[in-house]
Design a protein around this ligand. Structure first.
Ligand SMILES: *[C@@H]1O[C@H](CO)[C@@H](O)[C@H](O)[C@H]1NC(C)=O
Length: 275
């Protein structure tokens, strides 16, 4: 894959700033072609696994997606992996220059949990080189006047947490996620003001634990999705509460949890269908 595609990678973000004023008669004004409300911000985004590459470099541990794509079981078209992906780990400056060409103001990136905590557990091992990589990345974005939006978890759970505990099937994930999130807030929170906990958790739990089409490839029909979703919602709420309690700078909490709200909504609808 070419680096350009990594940047454009399907995640077009529209970040509406709070307080963007409505003007004129609501119906006509809101769909006026080519016009966006004042204060509307444009951005693009990516995920760590799909762009970074360097899957085993500088102390990074394996993620469930590394294990899934390396399994040799033909689970990915063309037996493809993201071992090198867009090589973004080594091309931060080039990628930022490409984002600048798009004339956007925000860039959403995700942190690879196993790059920061190789086994997933903060108490076991912290990879300073992983923290340094993201720290430099964030500094480079800010220097280019791009506002970082950071996703804590975009599907690439540390493989050790999957092997040892069954991943999101196990309530202990909430504790490990909390420790990981705390560390990220500590080391990047001075510069990152917009955080997301999970990216598209709905797809993550459905394809990961129900149909098995995505990592970790488990087929647990009827229960897997709901157990994983329950733990993800718990993890998100814990994380949100801690952020609000621990930080004077509360700007963060507003943006945090829309994806999980969607998850709750969707699951409630599913449960109704199931009677
Ligand atoms: C969750 O992990 C614990 C170890 O912390 C283990 O004893 C337990 O069996 C696991 N539960 C499930 C549902 O896998």
């Amino acid at each position: 894959m070419k680096p350009e595609w990594g940047i454009i990678l399907g995640w077009i973000l529209l970040v509406a700033r709070a307080g963007a004023a409505r003007r004129g008669p609501p119906e006509e004004a809101s769909f006026y072609y080519g016009t966006f409300p004042p204060g509307f911000s444009w951005g693009v985004g990516s995920s760590a696994y799909q762009t970074e590459g360097a899957w085993d470099q500088d102390g990074k541990g394996p993620s469930i997606w590394d294990a899934f794509t390396h399994s040799g079981e033909g689970r990915v078209l063309g037996a493809d992996t993201a071992d090198a992906a867009c090589d973004s780990y080594y091309r931060v400056q080039e990628d930022i220059a490409l984002v600048k060409e798009l004339c956007v103001s925000h860039y959403r990136l995700s942190l690879s949990w196993p790059r920061i905590l190789p086994t997933g557990v903060r108490a076991e091992q912290v990879n300073r080189r992983g923290i340094e990589f993201y720290s430099n990345f964030i500094d480079a974005l800010l220097k280019s006047n791009l506002t970082p939006i950071v996703t804590l978890h975009h599907w690439d759970l540390p493989q050790m947490l999957q092997v040892t505990y069954g991943g999101w099937q196990n309530v202990s994930m909430t504790r490990y996620f909390r420790d990981y999130a705390d560390l990220c807030f500590e080391v990047f929170g001075d510069r990152v003001k917009h955080w997301l906990t999970f990216s598209d958790p709905r797809t993550m739990v459905e394809k990961g634990y129900e149909t098995g089409l995505h990592a970790p490839g488990l087929r647990l029909p009827g229960t897997g999705l709901y157990v994983a979703a329950h733990h993800i919602i718990k993890a998100t709420i814990q994380c949100q509460l801690r952020k609000i309690c621990n930080q004077k700078d509360n700007e963060v909490s507003q943006n945090c949890f829309t994806p999980c709200m969607m998850l709750i909504y969707h699951n409630t609808a599913d449960e109704k269908e199931r009677g």
